[in-house]
Design a protein around this ligand. Structure first.
Ligand code: ZN
Length: 147
């Protein structure tokens, strides 16, 4: 696994080149900013969450390395249509896999990012969007940080 080709899989490069759901979400009712000082990754996550706490729309803006951008892009695809509770579970499973705490959790397509567990500094790049998304869902106004 200690091979950069394992880390930068085609799916990650593709999401970095063509981020999905990139841009400001004009009718967002939740928003959070995130910053990973270790790498310089900066993100804003926008969500439209309905009365049932279901994520009806989600987008992000910002700039960062390929891993942080790909992770944000994949997160938006994963969380659309999910409830806050479902999103929290997916985040917990994703976090467990990329930190190597529990690599058996089924995270579907997000498994493309699991290679970061071999690179502790990159784990923060991969989880930044998720910390930020989590803050947005919970309506926190404090900027999310990986520190
Ligand atoms: Zn990064």
């Amino acid at each position: 696994m200690n091979d950069l080709r394992e880390l930068y899989q085609e799916v990650i490069l593709d999401h970095n080149r063509n981020p999905r759901n990139y841009g400001v979400l004009d009718d967002a009712n939740r928003k959070a900013e995130g910053f990973n000082p270790l790498c310089g990754d900066q993100l804003t996550v926008y969500m439209l969450v309905d009365e049932e706490e279901t994520i009806r729309a989600i987008s992000f803006t910002g700039h960062g390395c390929a891993i942080s951008t790909a992770s944000a892009s994949m997160m938006t695809e994963t969380l659309i249509g999910k409830t806050a509770d479902e999103a929290a579970r997916i985040f917990a499973d994703f976090h467990a896999v990329v930190t190597g705490v529990d690599s058996s959790a089924d995270i579907g397509k997000l498994a493309a990012l699991s290679g970061v567990r071999e690179y502790p500094a990159r784990v923060k790049c991969a989880t930044l969007a998720w910390h930020t998304g989590d803050a947005a869902i919970r309506g926190l106004n404090e900027p999310a940080t990986t520190e």
